[in-house]
Design a binder for this molecule. Structure first.
Ligand code: BGC
Length: 245
């Protein structure tokens, strides 16, 4: 089944049609800058432009960086506060005229990883952790997603973990990779203490091979720790895969 996957991020909204059987993109990825302010209505307008760009009239899968329960947005840590209580699947369907499925961005990227990336064939308890502006999480048991885990908001050093160990904090505080890795190690320790996953997959911008080379040797876990493979496209592919289910 072919689905248009759209990944809504803090700086860019990216989309491409996806073959959900093998996770391949069927056309070149299209990127539109995220509007400012990124209200639900403004973002819905961009989602509609994306649908127009691909001349799409089929099913659409879309991510948002928030907890999404049955198409209703419940949190807004790194996005405009107006998102809270938005019935986002209905909003995007009206804006595009298409059937739209919406899910959390980390859940989508995790799904892509489990189906088509580093998590392929992995059983047991697998955590997919994506590190960017925030920290997102997706939890899988024997390949089945337990949605909306929000482990970027675990308490760490008196605040949310993502305000201590995200890539945003690394940039803002100009931390060396070693210093950032020390913070992130604390986060991994907490995850392991609470959940004892068999595997942890690290995704987001920090999973690019050039970045991995800078900090991987500073991390150590009981779990099998592996970088994600799909990088930038994971959200698009996972959104499409979720919509096809
Ligand atoms: C949000 C999550 C999201 C993560 C990564 C967090 O601030 O609460 O829903 O998955 O950022 O974007």
């Amino acid at each position: 089944m072919n689905v248009l996957g759209i990944d809504i991020g803090g700086t860019g909204i990216k989309g491409a049609p996806v073959n959900t059987l093998d996770g391949t993109l069927l056309a070149e990825r299209h990127r539109i800058p995220t509007p400012d302010p990124a209200t639900p209505e403004a973002v819905a307008g961009i989602v509609a432009s994306m649908v127009d760009h691909f001349d799409w009239d089929g099913h659409v899968g879309c991510t948002v960086p928030a907890r999404v329960q049955h198409g209703l947005v419940r949190t807004a840590a790194n996005i405009h506060k107006n998102w809270i209580d938005t019935q986002v699947d209905g909003l995007f369907s009206r804006a595009t005229g298409c059937r739209v499925t919406v899910l959390n961005d980390a859940d989508a990227a995790g799904l892509a990883s489990m189906r088509f990336g580093a998590g392929r064939g992995l059983d047991g308890l697998v955590f997919f952790i994506t590190v960017g502006t925030g920290i997102g999480s997706a939890m899988f048991y024997n390949q089945e997603l337990v949605p909306n885990t929000e482990l970027g908001h675990l308490r760490l050093k008196g605040g949310a973990a993502e305000d201590y160990a995200s890539n945003r904090v690394r940039n803002e505080k100009n931390l060396s990779w070693k210093k950032w890795a020390k913070r992130f190690q604390r986060y991994l320790d907490r995850i392991e203490f609470l959940f004892a996953p068999d595997t942890i997959i690290l995704g987001g911008g920090i999973s690019r091979p050039q970045k991995v080379a800078r900090y991987w040797h500073h991390l150590s876990t009981e779990a099998n720790l592996i970088p994600a493979e799909l990088e930038n496209e994971a959200g698009i592919i996972g959104a499409a895969a979720a919509a096809a289910r």
